[in-house]
Design a protein around this ligand. Structure first.
Ligand code: WTA
Length: 650
């Protein structure tokens, strides 16, 4: 494991919050002071203030058996009630929860009262279908209100959801259904993307055929795409069931550590990990960060997080954080460029969006298109911008602030992970002097350090490995069904400190700069992909003998998947059209894993660079893929190989 310490040119720009912003900011310096004085007391106070507990907790943290943490252990709450009913009871039932925008232009405004009703109906249907507390429900839906309703209905009855991003293939869906032994799948006939209906139900049908666990009893289908779908005995239409169900539903309280969801994410090995999150601690930190990092004023703000609910950002900052805080938000089904490249800006103008949270990859693709597109729209409602998913280059940060934000509003860069559940490092708007390109500081109540490989804290300005040194409320509680892998992946390296897998450095002001992953995880358009998973997929193709995958720097997507493949001797003779073979392999990965994993390039080569012990030296392949001079090859078993590969690639 090598720590990459080269970084962008020293960034010296600083942006002080405007006095007007600071005067009205939700967060003030008392938060950090309180957390410093009594960290656990601080989280307990936040939890009591932000959430409604049906049975108050008396214990804050049990860390007697690390790495298995228990937060607010003896308290009880219902997560859905916290996101819905209590806002209605407080007299905010008429507030819009979701301004939903469908890609073809259809819209729905859904109030908190209406959303509560719909969730109660769906909860009744789930119960009728035999889904009970602790049962797993897979959700495979487009960005439609029913996705939010489904997640909250599952939470309401104490079941566990596993949302699978709609872009994943039948194989990926099947392996997630099997790993969690889901008894119900909620899907749609299809959804809109780039002006067309993409079918979902047929993928679910195929996944169920491929499933080996045989756990699925029913499939609940929302009608959205109006595309034709095959129908099985176990299928039910949403409108026939949820549409006609009773809206009376008594919600029970569940223990704070009751599981809330599993979300699969790529790790260093082939098989995705089912990251497990629980209720009380997760919701506390999701709500706290959503309120303070985004400076949420729920009565007046219109918030929009562009993430899909299939990712952790969609869980914490589309569903749980914003709804726990009673926010009004935009939910958009489609792609940024359909039917025209100004679609996002049009939505911001139309709904007077005041807080926008998106990913650097999106910002960079807008930069490429030029400022004239956003400038056709009135974006003056915006007062705060957020970024997540990968390091944001200072150029993109400045563009975001100036072109989208009009030049004077805060941009917060938020570092966190599926595993951390909620934001861990970010500026606090109104307090922190902003520094483009740096995620800046640990949020109050979170303890971050940078360690060298031997576990000692890196003094001063130096690069090392990012760790979280104290347990935090929204931390993952494990990997579904695999406690050993949980310990091994995150806790073995530095004992009871959480090893995040990211390189980082601290500058002279103590601000943190993220330097990318130090393991074999790639970050493509803010999505995590595993080199090992894509390699396994390539090797599963009948033509492939061996494959090596690297994440190569890409101007728009951050990193891009580049694969080097050796064909089986029997095939190599037959393949005359290298381009066609490479296209076939790219398509194969997209079908096996999902379109997001499709390699940008597949190079057919005769050899791969290996050390004497047979380890593939991906570092050299990355040099090649990024068009750099090949680095030190002296540890290769055969030093001439890189020249051969490089000739073949050209
Ligand atoms: C990367 C997404 C730099 C990082 C919320 C992390 C970031 C991985 C940032 C988690 C950021 C996320 N700056 N890098 N602001 N945010 N990352 O699980 O490498 O999809 O480990 O969670 O994304 O990706 P995940």
């Amino acid at each position: 494991m090598t720590v990459q310490i080269d970084h962008a040119l020293e960034e010296i720009r600083r942006f002080r919050p405007s006095p007007e912003f600071a005067a009205n900011a939700v967060a003030d310096t008392s938060l950090a002071e309180a957390a410093e004085a009594d960290r656990l007391g601080f989280w307990a106070d936040q939890s009591r203030e932000l959430l409604t507990w049906s049975k108050p907790f008396t214990k804050t943290l049990d860390w007697s058996n690390p790495p298995f943490a228990k937060w607010f252990e003896d308290g009880e709450l219902n997560v859905a009630v916290n996101c819905l009913d209590r806002h209605v009871e407080a007299g905010n039932g008429d507030r819009v929860a979701l301004h939903w925008v469908g890609e073809p232009g259809d819209t729905r405004d859904i109030t908190y009262a209406e959303l509560t009703d719909e969730v109660k109906r769906a909860a009744n249907v789930l119960t009728e279908l035999g889904v009970g507390s602790g049962d797993r429900v897979a959700i495979y839906l487009p960005m439609i209100p029913e996705a939010v309703v489904s997640m909250l209905a599952v939470a309401r009855i104490g079941a566990i959801h596993s949302v699978v991003f709609g872009g994943f293939s039948a194989d990926s869906l099947a392996s997630r259904i099997d790993d969690a032994e889901a008894s119900l799948v909620i899907t749609a006939d299809g959804g809109y993307r780039k002006g067309k209906v993409f079918p979902l139900k047929p993928v679910v049908d195929e996944a169920i055929t491929k499933s080996v666990a045989g756990s699925v009893r029913n499939v609940l289908v929302v009608r959205r795409g109006e595309n034709e779908v095959a129908w099985n005995d176990h299928d039910l239409w949403w409108h026939d069931t949820v549409g006609t169900a009773s809206n009376e539903h008594e919600a029970a309280g569940f223990e704070a550590e009751h599981p809330l969801f599993i979300l699969y994410t790529s790790g260093t090995t082939g098989k995705p990990k089912g990251i497990l999150h629980t209720s009380g601690g997760y919701l506390t930190q999701a709500a706290f960060t959503h309120r303070n990092v985004f400076d949420l004023h729920p009565e007046t703000d219109v918030y929009w997080c562009t993430a899909d609910v299939g990712w952790i950002t969609g869980h914490s900052y589309v569903v749980y954080g914003p709804l726990a805080n009673g926010a009004t938000q935009v939910l958009y089904e489609g792609t940024p460029d359909t039917p025209h490249p100004g679609r996002w800006w049009e939505i911001i103008e139309q709904y007077k969006v005041s807080i926008l949270y998106t990913a650097p990859t999106a910002i960079r693709s807008f930069m490429k298109l030029g400022r004239q597109i956003p400038h056709e729209f009135n974006l003056r409602s915006l007062r705060l911008l957020g970024s997540v998913g990968e390091p944001i280059n200072p150029e993109a940060w400045i563009w975001y602030r100036h072109v989208i934000g009009g030049g004077s509003i805060p941009v917060v860069d938020t570092w966190w992970q599926t595993e951390t559940g909620a934001i861990m490092i970010s500026a606090l708007p109104g307090i922190t002097d902003l520094k483009p390109g740096s995620a800046q500081v640990a949020i109050p109540g979170i303890s971050i350090d940078i360690l060298s490989d031997d576990g000692t804290s890196v003094e001063g300005e130096g690069g090392g490995l990012l760790v979280v040194t104290e347990p935090w409320p929204s931390m993952l509680r494990g990997i579904w069904g695999d406690p050993e892998r949980f310990k091994e992946t995150y806790w073995e390296k530095f004992g009871d400190k959480y090893f995040a897998g990211d390189g980082a450095r601290r500058d002279a002001d103590g601000d943190i700069w993220l330097l990318g992953r130090v393991d074999d995880v790639m970050n493509v358009s803010g999505h995590r992909l595993s080199t090992a998973e894509i390699e396994s997929s390539l090797v599963a193709h009948p033509w492939t003998a061996e494959a090596a995958v690297v994440g190569a720097a890409d101007e728009t997507t951050g990193q891009a998947v580049v694969a080097f493949v050796i064909l089986k001797a029997s095939q190599a003779e037959r393949v005359t059209d290298v381009q066609a073979a490479s296209d076939e392999l790219r398509k194969h990965v997209a079908t096996q894993i999902g379109a997001i994993a499709r390699p940008r390039q597949v190079f057919i080569v005769n050899e791969l660079p290996k050390t004497r012990s047979g380890k593939i030296m991906r570092r050299l392949l990355r040099d090649l893929a990024e068009g750099r001079d090949i680095g030190d090859t002296t540890t290769l078993a055969d030093t001439s190989i890189m020249q051969t590969i490089s000739d073949q690639v050209k």
